[in-house]
Design a protein around this ligand. Structure first.
Ligand code: ADP
Ligand code: ADP
Ligand code: MG
Length: 459
């Protein structure tokens, strides 16, 4: 096992990785920007190094600053978390060249799966179903228009380098294609420095179902069941649960098999996620692979009893997986709510501020992963995620009731959050019945916001 790990991230995921290191008897080195000197991960790590100014491009996204910190503090491995440099192939290569184990797949695998158009092609070659769409990238809007006619509208224009729901445009009317193509290209260039686009058929109101996989250096690949992440705003996840109400045991087995096949096709090593959309008839289609730990990994940990971050460290250290497929069972039901410092009544705009008072929920079956403490000022420079509340219970209904209780207990004073909005979703009859898809929030937003405004005025 490693002696000392540099955590090349911040926020709740840095805290999460530090905890795994501590339990494994591994030292942790936190990095922070000048804006994060008083952040929780800095206080919890064995030691901390300042790697630059507030602007992420000059600190958390600076490979040289991070590698210097790792080498100078005597680390033998680097955990990238999610976001930032976690899916940056050059950073993984640089770690390897500097004699540091990158806790994730190799640069080559990240590169291969990071281009979503190329990943689609690879999956197709290996018999994993993909959404009907372009073979590779589409050069311009004329080619896109031609292809869209054969695929059939509506179509989705997507960025090959995409992530976080960016660089994506839905096209319903051929007359809008050129404009939306240009918009998607501009956003892709702005967000990823890469304007390459591809085309997919838009699956109407699908479920977003993703499979967690683990692969070690000995060639063992297992899947840990699915997460249903269909509660999304702006193609970004807000609530996740496992198992999914939409899967039968047969479909779960079939998709799990496809996920393992996908990981094997990629020659994958470490923890990864295969994302699918599932249509009303239960047809499933690969959309992308995330080559890192995912925000919503705790729901899988709750139902499998496994520690995914510890598994990541074991794999990177060359140890075999601690489990085989037949050892993995899904017990009970888990739900996660993402608590973002955002105002749902103002289009979910980020609203950072000082945490005037904080009270976190507890009790049986409850887990809170957070960067918050009383008095902490949420930084305007970074992602608005401030906490994740995760519950585990024997059945889905009990998990829903437990989560309602947790969100009623949770107090975050000082700025608006998504907590009350999640609380309302937990009371929506379609959510309670488990009858929802990725269109749920868009369809119900007005009603939910009406409820929210009402409950605010009642206070
Ligand atoms: P997950 O399924 O883990 O939520 P996301 O694609 O939503 O995956 O990304 C996880 C985190 O990384 C989010 O906080 C998101 O804002 C951030 N993120 C994803 N892609 C990028 C990117 N290309 N640049 C910056 N941040 C990103
Ligand atoms: P990102 O890299 O930004 O996470 P994804 O390809 O994973 O992008 O897509 C994000 C979300 O957009 C999905 O979770 C799903 O809700 C929606 N989506 C993506 N592709 C399709 C599609 N072909 N049809 C319908 N919805 C899609
Ligand atoms: Mg995705």
């Amino acid at each position: 096992m490693f002696k000392r790990v540099l955590i090349a991230n911040r926020g709740e995921i840095a805290v999460r990785v530090i905890r795994a290191c501590q339990e494994l008897g591994v030292e942790s080195v936190a990095v922070h920007s000048t804006a994060d000197a008083d952040a929780l991960h800095v206080q919890l790590a064995t030691r901390a190094v300042c790697v630059g100014p507030a602007k992420a491009a000059d600190s958390y996204l600076s490979p040289i600053s991070l590698l210097t910190a790792a080498v100078e503090s005597g680390c033998d491995a680097v955990h990238p978390g999610y976001g930032f440099l976690s899916e940056n192939a050059e950073f993984a290569d640089l770690c390897a060249k500097s004699g540091l184990s990158f806790i994730g797949p190799s640069g080559d695998i990240i590169r291969q799966m990071g281009n979503k158009a190329a990943a689609r092609a690879l999956m197709q070659e290996h018999g994993v179903p993909v959404v009907p769409g372009s073979d590779g990238p589409v050069p311009d809007s004329t080619a896109a228009a031609k292809l869209a006619e054969t695929i059939g509208y509506p179509v989705l224009i997507k960025a090959s380098a995409g992530g976080g729901g960016r660089g994506m445009r839905r096209v319903d009317d051929p007359a809008d294609l050129e404009r939306l193509f240009d918009e998607a290209r501009a956003e892709a260039v702005a967000c990823f420095g890469d304007g390459e686009l591809y085309l997919e058929k838009l699956i109407l109101n699908p479920r977003h179902i993703e499979f967690q996989i683990l692969a070690d250096t000995q060639g063992n690949v297992v899947h840990l069941g699915e997460r249903d992440c269909s509660i999304q705003r702006k193609n970004q996840k807000l609530m996740e649960e496992s198992p999914s109400k939409a899967l039968t045991p047969e479909l779960r087995a079939e998709m799990g098999k496809a996920a393992v096949a996908a990981a094997k096709a990629a020659g994958y090593v470490n923890a990864g996620t295969i994302e699918f959309v599932v249509d009303r008839e239960g047809h499933f289609y690969f959309i992308e692979m995330n080559t890192r730990i995912q925000v919503e990994h705790p729901v899988t940990e709750m139902v499998t009893g496994l520690d995914l971050v510890k598994e990541q460290l074991r794999i990177a250290a060359g140890l075999p997986l601690s489990v085989q497929q037949e050892d993995i069972t899904l017990t009970g039901h888990a739900i996660e709510c993402r608590i973002n410092a955002e105002d749902p009544t103002r289009g979910f705009c980020p609203c950072p501020g000082k945490t005037e008072f904080l009270h976190l929920p507890g009790g049986p079956g409850v887990r809170v992963d957070t960067l918050l403490y009383n008095g902490y000022s949420v930084s305007p420079y970074y992602d608005s995620l401030v906490a994740k509340v995760i519950v585990h219970a024997p059945t889905r209904l009990e998990a829903i009731r437990r989560m309602r209780r947790c969100l009623a207990e949770l107090v975050i004073d000082g700025y608006p959050t998504t907590a009350d909005f999640c609380h309302l979703i937990l009371h929506h009859p379609d959510f309670v019945r488990g009858q929802y898809d990725t269109g749920f929030l868009a369809q119900n937003q007005e009603e939910l916001l009406r409820w929210e405004c009402q409950s605010l005025s009642d206070q």
